[in-house]
Ligand binder design. Structure first.
Ligand SMILES: *[C@@H]1O[C@H](CO)[C@@H](O)[C@H](O)[C@H]1NC(C)=O
Length: 731
């Protein structure tokens, strides 16, 4: 009896043990440093203290004058719109699209500079013949350091300090260039880095770069086992690639290869950063640790082909590499890819894959060189290209302003050519593999202006079909994917990456707003079930303050500018307490110069929400919402609209163009901000044109603008007529 029971118990207990062992057996456990893994996963980051914004609003007035009362005339508005139209047109390229480029910081070029030395491809068949001029980079770095020794990837105009990661990249590049370590620039940078905890307290992507050079040990970094990208049952169940946000996989894949082989080279003392580890901070420069040492490159070559799991990773890298050479359209992932290819080439020189790898390395370099040095954002770290996005926003701005040139029509047709089989629009070049739903929604808005154009109407329907399908369960919409909002079984691993990148692609108010606005423009209203669920999502995610966090723009002001016009477009009654609450929130944050601004610190501390120096883009976003509220007359917004318009006029008069003096684009919330050169050209023009249409005393008259040749009276008729004559090709 008893033995029988025990037997049954053993069998019952054995099943889960067997299952667990089966799964564990698939993990290349012998390579896994469990101690280090636990250490990394439990590592508490140093508290990142966020300074308080100054209590007085005066500090936010930088360049534009204080506006007590708006004094502009109708003529000022018209003049400003004309000038803005002219400025947008400077971005028209190749007679088919608009492009102004974007960037995330010169520190990415610093990293590229150092990694090029690591790869040692100069004067070989892979020589990228780089356009990177050391002197230019040096000048850029030496003139952008903050007084505390730090660098920032992009400018937050409300503060005067940077961050540890950017500072490490730039310090490293300068050291490799030969900058004396005891120069004030290096001494201050070092002091800043050590005050933030030193090299190990940089984020995981920064640490990977250091690991290739031996400055951080592989055991101190996150280990990703090869099986994650294999085809075992466990790999398929976890389905890492299918769970995470679109941008994660192209980066993690080549890193997985490198972690497996612990890819590393001793490049000599000039590449060392031992002085940035706290334990070495007190040591004198005479210490043997800092002694000069030449590079010592080991022979890692093996006979034959690698094991199957490695070949699988290689095949996946081939798959993710896009036609223009990028790993998923990003430069950083491409550079990780080149390192992995380069290692493979040296490790398995007899492999049959070598000829193909060689070609792929060359293509990868071409892409990086093009992004970093072949555009308006040269040396600024243009990580990927957003040509569709820039084309759409520029065109919408021109349409709103009543511009009737053929550029808009050609741009709409360019976008038609870019529409994918699933109905989506990719963000920019080499992104054809991934539809961007924000772009798709904004394309719907643009194409909807071409009323009566059968082809574009079909494309709007097709795009909307896709957008219907990708609504998340919570009713919101995300940027690239349907329901990739988290997956518990892999979160214990992905958490370790979360200091460098967002891992998920969650629903957000800004994309949801744009999608709803597109639906509204194409004829749907708030009674449609999908629109209804979208509105419920917005109601459910409103913060107690009254705002919504911005995912792709900075920050609550961006969402405000997306949500209110969307609700208006779908015919929703704006006279609701929750909307009045959002409006009250934004009204509290108007600056003394009439503009609006919000520091990226708003992602780290509520104290900064809605607080920051005024920028034309953020002023435009606030205006886009306020204009609808004022027009519908649902609550008293005082003279906030006029003051904001005055700010835009003052800025244009002062500089001849709109320019954001503080970053307004968000790559990854809280740690990676992005400058979109196109934003201050397009968003304020949209806002100002709407102001003119809603409240102007007379219809805007652009007849005297030098940029226009012939002017029929009805913009839409003209556009539609021209569009009919320029049939876009099929997708
Ligand atoms: C909303 O759309 C539905 C379906 O097209 C239509 O029947 C209804 O009249 C619309 N409501 C409003 C207020 O426009």
């Amino acid at each position: 009896m008893l033995t029988k029971k025990l037997g049954a118990l053993t069998v019952t207990a054995a099943i889960p043990v067997l299952i667990i062992s089966f799964f564990l057996a698939q993990i290349d456990i012998q390579r896994y440093n469990i101690g280090a893994a636990i250490d990394i996963l439990t590592k508490k980051p140093l508290p990142k203290e966020v300074p308080n914004p100054p209590s007085s609003k005066e500090f936010l007035v930088r360049l534009s004058p204080v506006v007590d009362k708006a004094t502009f005339t109708e003529e000022d508005v018209t003049r400003t719109i004309k000038k803005a139209v002219k400025n947008v047109l400077t971005g028209y390229k190749n007679d088919e699209y608009f492009e102004f480029n974007s960037y995330l910081g010169p520190n990415f070029v610093s990293a590229y500079y150092v990694v090029q030395k690591y790869l040692q491809h100069k004067d070989t068949e892979f020589d990228p013949h780089t356009k990177l001029d050391e002197k230019v980079l040096y000048k850029l770095l030496s003139t952008t350091q903050y007084p505390d020794g730090s660098w920032a990837n992009v400018v937050d105009g409300s503060v005067n300090f940077g961050d540890i990661d950017t500072t490490v990249y730039n310090y490293w590049a300068l050291k490799v260039m030969g900058e004396p370590l005891d120069s004030p620039m290096m001494t201050n940078a070092r002091r800043f880095i050590l005050s933030k905890g030193g090299l190990r307290h940089t984020n995981c992507l920064s640490r990977y770069w250091q690991t290739f050079f031996g400055n951080i040990k592989w055991s101190e970094n996150i280990y990703i086992p090869l099986f994650v990208f294999g085809d075992s049952i466990l790999s398929r169940l976890l389905n890492f690639q299918g769970r995470v946000a679109q941008w994660v996989y192209p980066h993690v894949l080549p890193i997985t290869y490198s972690t497996y082989f612990k890819v590393q080279k001793d490049m000599g003392s000039r590449f060392d950063l031992y002085e940035l580890l706290p334990e070495n901070a007190g040591k004198s420069w005479d210490d043997p640790l800092f002694a000069e040492r030449p590079a010592k490159i080991e022979d890692i070559s093996q006979k034959g082909e690698p094991e199957e799991a490695v070949v699988k990773i290689l095949m996946r890298m081939f798959d993710i590499q896009q036609p223009m050479g990028s790993f998923g359209a990003y430069t950083v992932s491409t550079l990780f890819g080149i390192i992995a290819y380069d290692d493979f080439m040296h490790r398995f020189p007899e492999s049959k894959y070598i000829p193909e790898i060689k070609e792929r390395i060359k293509k990868g370099y071409e892409y990086i060189e093009m992004m970093y040095f072949d555009n308006e954002a040269e040396y600024m770290g243009n990580l990927c290209n957003g040509r569709s996005w820039e084309t759409i926003l520029s065109s919408i701005a021109l349409v709103e302003a009543g511009y009737e040139g053929a550029e808009v029509v050609k741009a709409a047709n360019y976008l038609a050519k870019k529409q994918r089989k699933n109905g989506g629009i990719p963000y920019g070049v080499d992104f054809e593999y991934a539809s961007d739903f924000d772009d798709t929604a904004e394309a719907v808005i643009l194409w909807s202006a071409f009323k009566g154009n059968k082809d574009l109407e079909k494309r709007v329907d097709h795009a909307n079909q896709l957008l219907f399908e990708i609504q998340n369960k919570d009713g919101g919409f995300a940027a690239f994917d349907h329901e990739k909002q988290g997956f518990k079984p892999i979160e214990f691993v992905t958490a370790a990456f979360s200091d460098a990148a967002e891992i998920w692609d969650p629903s957000c108010a800004d994309v949801t707003g744009h999608v709803l606005e597109g639906f509204g423009e194409s004829g749907l209203n708030y009674t449609h079930p999908i629109v209804k669920r979208g509105i419920e999502y917005l109601i459910n995610t409103q913060k107690p303050s009254g705002g919504w966090e911005g995912r792709w723009g900075n920050n609550y002001i961006y969402s405000f500018g997306a949500v209110i016009p969307a609700l208006k477009k779908v015919g929703y009654d704006l006279n609701q307490p929750w909307i009045r609450k959002a409006v009250s929130w934004v009204l509290q944050h108007q600056n003394l110069d009439g503009g609006f601004g919000e520091s990226p610190l708003s992602y780290k501390s509520e104290k900064w929400c809605g607080v920051g120096i005024s920028t034309p883009s953020q002023t435009a976003w606030a205006l886009l919402g306020l204009l609808e509220i004022k027009r519908a007359d649902i609550m008293d917004v005082g003279d906030s609209v006029e003051k904001a318009i005055q700010f835009l006029i003052n800025e244009m008069d002062r500089e001849g163009k709109w320019e954001d003096k503080s970053v307004v684009g968000t790559g990854h919330r809280g740690f990676l901000m992005m400058v979109y050169l196109t934003y201050p050209y397009s968003w304020p023009l949209i806002a100002m044109s709407r102001y003119q249409r809603y409240f102007g005393e007379k219809e805007i008259d652009l007849k005297n603008a030098e940029v226009f040749d012939d002017l029929p009276t009805n913009i839409l008729e003209k556009i539609t007529a021209t569009a009919e004559s320029v049939k876009p090709s099929n997708p």
